[in-house]
Write a protein that binds this ligand. Structure first.
Ligand SMILES: NC(=O)C1=CN([C@@H]2O[C@H](COP(=O)(O)OP(=O)(O)OC[C@H]3O[C@@H](n4cnc5c(N)ncnc54)[C@H](OP(=O)(O)O)[C@@H]3O)[C@@H](O)[C@H]2O)C=CC1
Ligand SMILES: O=C(O)[C@@H]1CCC=N1
Length: 271
């Protein structure tokens, strides 16, 4: 990807902030010299700065020297931080990856005309396969740059901001649901006497194959894909009958709606 001349500050260099940083660098969206990093965990910051070649910066250095400021702290840590940087920003674009926190809440603190982008990536970012949903307010002038930034960690999709809590429940948290399923399959595989190494390889490669099919077969319904595996009177059907009898579908509906509700609650906790 062609390098474009702009600077980025990342505040919060944990799981997500560091995954975004790696994407930006590996795709050459910006050079390391154009990225400033900030985190209250000084050790984490030092390590990331050393391994990435990006400089650490205090907020009063990072903010004025960054065209785009990515906020990747936990939502619960955001209010004080936003208040601190509000007085230092002039025309900076604020990009929040925080679950729940609305553009309205951010602009209440930062100022109503602040360009704000609310983004929901996911942990696929670690392997450049994030699914990142993006919503803009009307003051963001260079949307292409925001798409470029997040294309460096995977796929991007513009959504309406009103859908962000549901998006968060589906794709933001989504990788964890699949890891949970992997873990449940792992436990049952061990119970059936399989060696851990064998069980893990079976599960990992099965998930990889299944998700590859999902990407290739975009027109097929999920039910048709299931039908392609479940032979009449066979083993898959026996397992699916248990899922249906125990209401696994309803469990998912309940779980994801709790995730969405939590996203809404996180927004209530600030200002
Ligand atoms: N993890 C994921 O899969 C996803 C996360 N997100 C969002 O990304 C954000 C970050 O999540 P994640 O990376 O998992 O969290 P992490 O806890 O891994 O990273 C957040 C980092 O920010 C630091 N921090 C806290 N307060 C401040 C502050 N005031 N100034 C600078 N740094 C600060 C934390 O330090 P300390 O640990 O010492 O508090 C920590 O190092 C969250 O808002 C989350 O909703 C969105 C999509 C997916
Ligand atoms: O669990 C969380 O709150 C964050 C947002 C989506 C994924 N991780």
């Amino acid at each position: 990807m062609k390098n474009i001349n702009f600077s980025i500050g990342i505040i919060g260099c944990g799981n997500m902030g560091s995954a975004i940083l790696r994407g930006l660098l590996s795709k050459g969206v910006v050079h390391a010299e154009s990225i400033l990093l900030n985190d209250i965990d000084k050790r984490k910051l030092e390590d990331l700065s050393l391994t990435s070649g990006c400089s650490k910066a205090d907020l009063d250095n990072l903010v004025p020297n960054s065209d785009y400021i990515i906020i990747a702290v936990k939502p619960q840590d955001s209010e004080k931080l936003l208040k601190t940087i509000a007085s230092m920003t002039v025309n900076h674009t604020i990009i929040s990856v925080m679950a729940g926190i609305t553009i309205e809440k951010i602009s209440k603190i930062m100022g109503v005309h602040t360009p704000i982008v609310r983004v929901m990536p996911n942990m696929g970012a670690l392997v450049k396969h994030s699914m990142t949903a993006i919503a803009f307010n009307q003051y963001v002038s260079n949307r292409d740059i925001v798409f470029k930034i997040f294309s460096s960690i995977g796929s991007v999709l513009e959504v309406e901001e009103k859908d962000m809590d549901a998006v968060t429940a589906v794709s933001g948290s989504g990788p964890a649901y699949l890891f949970y399923m992997a873990s449940a399959c792992f436990e049952s595989a061990k119970k059936m006497g399989l060696k851990e190494s064998v069980a893990r390889e079976l599960i990992v490669e099965t998930l990889y194959g299944a998700s590859t099919i999902l990407r290739h077969e975009k027109i097929k319904s999920f039910n048709d894909l299931i039908a392609g595996v479940a032979s009449k009177g066979g083993t898959t059907e026996a397992a699916l009958n248990v899922f249906n009898k125990k209401g696994l579908n309803d469990i998912f509906i309940d779980a994801l709606s709790q995730a969405k509700k939590r996203s809404e609650e996180l927004n209530q906790k600030i200002v």
